[in-house]
Ligand binder design. Sequence first.
Ligand SMILES: CC(=O)SCCNC(=O)CCNC(=O)[C@H](O)C(C)(C)COP(=O)(O)OP(=O)(O)OC[C@H]1O[C@@H](n2cnc3c(N)ncnc32)[C@H](O)[C@@H]1OP(=O)(O)O
Ligand SMILES: CC(C)C(=O)C(=O)O
Length: 580
Amino acid sequence: MRNVEHYKKGYYMPPVVDMSWAYKDCPDKAPVWCSVDLRDGNQALIIPMSLDEKIEFYKTLVAMGFKEIEVGFPAASETEYEFLRYLVEHDMIPDDVTVQVLTQAREHIIRKTFEALQGVKNAIVHVYNSTSFAQRQQVFRMSKEEIKQIAVDGAKLLQRLTDEAGADYRFEYSPESFTGTEPEYALEVCNAVLDVWKPTADRKAIINLPSTVQMSMPHVFAAQIAYMSQNLKYRDNVVLSVHPHNDRGTGVADAEMALLAGADRVEGTLFGNGERTGNVDIVTVAMNMFALGVDPQLDFSNMPKLVDTYERVTRMHVHPRQPYAGQLVFAAFSGSHQDAIAKGMHFREEGNEQYWTCPYLYIDPHDVGRTYDSDVIRINSQSGKGGVGFIMEQNYGIDMPKKMREDFSYFVKSVSDHKHQELKPAEIYDVFEQNYLNVGWPLKVENFFVQKFGGQWIGKILVKADEEEVILEGRGNGQLNAISNAICEAYGIEIDNLVYSEHDLDRGSDSRGIAYFGLTDKQGRTTWGAGVDTDTMTASIFAFITAINRMEGMAQRVRFRHLTSDPAAVSEFKAIAGQH
Ligand SMILES: CC(=O)SCCNC(=O)CCNC(=O)[C@H](O)C(C)(C)COP(=O)(O)OP(=O)(O)OC[C@H]1O[C@@H](n2cnc3c(N)ncnc32)[C@H](O)[C@@H]1OP(=O)(O)O
Ligand SMILES: CC(C)C(=O)C(=O)O
């Protein structure tokens, strides 16, 4: 790459690097979650949310179980200010929910923020200033002492205004751009702020460490968090929070490793909306816990609805591959995956496994409100018999013999390949119907009857062949055998092997059955057919005729052996068969 020499590591390792947290495999309980969708997420939108949109999003967050919600930056705009006022005036802050507001460490902005807070019972006032080397050098052009003083002055003003208001607000401080700050200096600033607030067990302070811009691999961030966690003053009375962004695409890893390294709280957004590449995606972090058997204490059981609300109010889109939430994240198109999933589902249905272990599906799609039918097994030219069979069985109750599934799946594959598109269950059924079900050309069954004489069955079948109605007659040791012999003898068909099965399609007195025939000729070529009728014998004959009709060269055979029957005999047959 050109210009690589323009880059260097912009982060700082802590003076003591403790990696012992890496021996833990997973957080053992949910952290405190704080949604910053309405602030950090909102400030990153092309068109920030309107009042109504913020209200809808807020209600969604409360319903999901968020207990801490950063509702905005009240000093930023009228909408932000009005939104908080609306929540207060419409009594929309449940007792167990704390609203959080963000403010720069500047007096007039803090004052405006407090104005907006009037009447709020449970609030967190979140004050920040940037501490990084680059911001000190380029933005503020201030010394470390001067930057620390901004934080301390801001902390003092928060305390004073809270006392004046007779309120019980909690406080949060963020050394913004923490990841570009020397850890010892970040610690010094945070401890100076804590010395102002003197947090107690019943009024803890939040120290929030943001990867405002991600700069390192996640384990480095976690080492920084471990250092802060181990060296912050008043640690027992401090809630250590992280606020990862996603510039390196590892926001989730930052959050997860930080939790192992000592963080108690995570600030993030749904689906990772936020500045640039976004904030950490709380959905993924929480669902990752869920998938390891740890209750995240947030409700994602209707993910499609959540996605819909989010997309509508933010005008952002959830990527089809977004973990747990994307349109395609449970979809299996490829044959071997479908086969394994279908078998895994059967294994589970048989009551074999207490835990979710289905191959290729990390979690049960039902747990996030998705369905197997439309979300999991999806059919295109990469699909195989397992998936096609699963769709036919789940949607239409059609349980073909194994080899027939294979035959059918190649058919479906090729239709999808030629159309160059995915096939929906109804389209797959159409392919089945047109090619395998009651196919009536070149031979069409008009009617039949069978009678037993002595030990033998005599079958007569009236078929339409080449526009001619013909009666065929055969004998056999069973009813079906007599009819099939009638057809095979008439057209010189030799069958080497035969597969037959049938099952009910529906339940009830007039339920239909489906029969399947696989016929293998002397050259080893197999054709398949299915027949549906309320009468099993009729369904079987339809299936047989379909399989015959699908044999190679059958049309020529019918034409070549042009058979005729006396019209009087046909009328007589119809009359007799009609009585049966
Ligand atoms: C990483 C984050 O996401 S932090 C949150 C960022 N979010 C936002 O900024 C959205 C809302 N912000 C706003 O609407 C506006 O910035 C306002 C209303 C808060 C303030 O507006 P303004 O005063 O016009 O401008 P602006 O934010 O650019 O202020 C820059 C000045 O504040 C100083 N400043 C910036 N942040 C801070 C801070 N956290 N604490 C103290 N001073 C700060 C800058 O050094 C600069 O000082 P200077 O005027 O002496 O050069
Ligand atoms: C205000 C702070 C926490 C922030 O949004 C950031 O640093 O990303």
